[in-house]
Design a protein around this ligand. Sequence first.
Ligand code: GBH
Length: 448
Amino acid sequence: MFLWGTATAAYQIEGAVAEDGRGASIWDTFVHEPGRTRDGHTGDVACDHYHRWREDVALMSGLGVNAYRFSIAWTRVLPEGSGAVNPKGLDFYERLVDALLEAGVTPVPTLFHWDLPQALEDRGGWLERDVSGLFAEYAAVVAERLADRVPTWITLNEPFIHMAWGYGLGVHAPGRALLLDALPVAHHQLLGHGLAAQALRAAGAREVLITNNCTPVWPASGSEEDLAAAAAYDTLHNRLFNDPVLLGTYPDLTAYGIRPDGAAGDGPELSAALGIRDGDLAVISAPLDGLGVNYYNPTRIAAPADDGLPFTDAGVTGYPTTAFGWPVVPDGLRELLTGLRERYGQALPPVYVTENGCSQADELTPDGVDDQGRVAYLRDHVAALERAREQGVDVRGYFVWSLLDNFEWAEGYHQRFGLVHVDFATGERTPKASYGWYRDHIAAALRP
Ligand code: GBH
């Protein structure tokens, strides 16, 4: 059955950061440093989902979704990242999973949505190879408790964004601005994915996915320079994370001053630059049951400015934008999905759109929230997804980001993505017009 769902992430909704033995993650540290988030907002309370989860499951029942993608906080389960297990953390997710199953909603947990245990960051974080193995140990602990009831698992969320924004640019936790020296974070996350997939299967998980953030890359012009820059960006954003998983190879990173292994020339070799060892790619490329794809917008790329990177972001123009300023290009979703099929052919497993949605300047009135912009956004993106299916792409699910307005990382509570409005002073939830639209759409789509 096609999965119609919504998606959330632990740090963005749970709050209760010091409760029931939860350890600190890099986001707890980051948000309490001055200047890191807009207006100094933190996820300390967020949507208080840790206490209000029953209400949130009821909201999903009302919506009629048959799947819910959420993430598990590593530090609720292993407060120090490794070693002692905190049973209360596992209990929380077990209660949630059981309530979802009772409501007819398939739980689809993601094991890592950017909230690395601070204890592991103190040892170097994803720059260190050891973290890959510790991630797999964490996966095993969670799966031993839940894999008898949870069929479908996602290892990582958007390893590109975590590498680029967390370690490359420093605008997300852990706030390190290493530029290209962040590249080992790609390999160590991917190795962690592969090792966690083994652990999940050993514990009885039936389906294992990874979720990558993918963007169609549009060259700013037909000039040779712009085309080369666009290819370089596509390599970093899309292929660096899809190729190893689907093909068992890394793409050529020559544009980044990295030589293929054994090739003549200057600069480090690929394996040395990323920390790849013999056997790693076999682990990373073990067959998957699906590829999770998060789609927000295409990216328009031009020839490099003088900052050491082989591209510049020229910005997509001529389209409406969300409250975040992101361009709204529904057909980009079709383009992305058919492009994946063209690029990977038989190597592409079934695809799940594990996030899609938009922030809007929603206004809560006595009559609710009339977010017609979001209704149009979702309607048009679902239509684009249907066109991709008609064009032969095996798409098996669609998850709206997000069920609730929540803590939008560096933007704090300034960007609202929810189908349900949250009053962050009181925690009160109010379904928006888009909630009604999605409910009706799902009901029609699932009608026998
Ligand atoms: C996802 O990341 C996250 O998984 C989720 O936690 C988050 O809340 C959600 O999206 C909304 O942000 O148009 O050139 O300005 C999304 C990563 C990076 C995708 C920025 C859209 C827009 C760049 N996003 N990108 S641009």
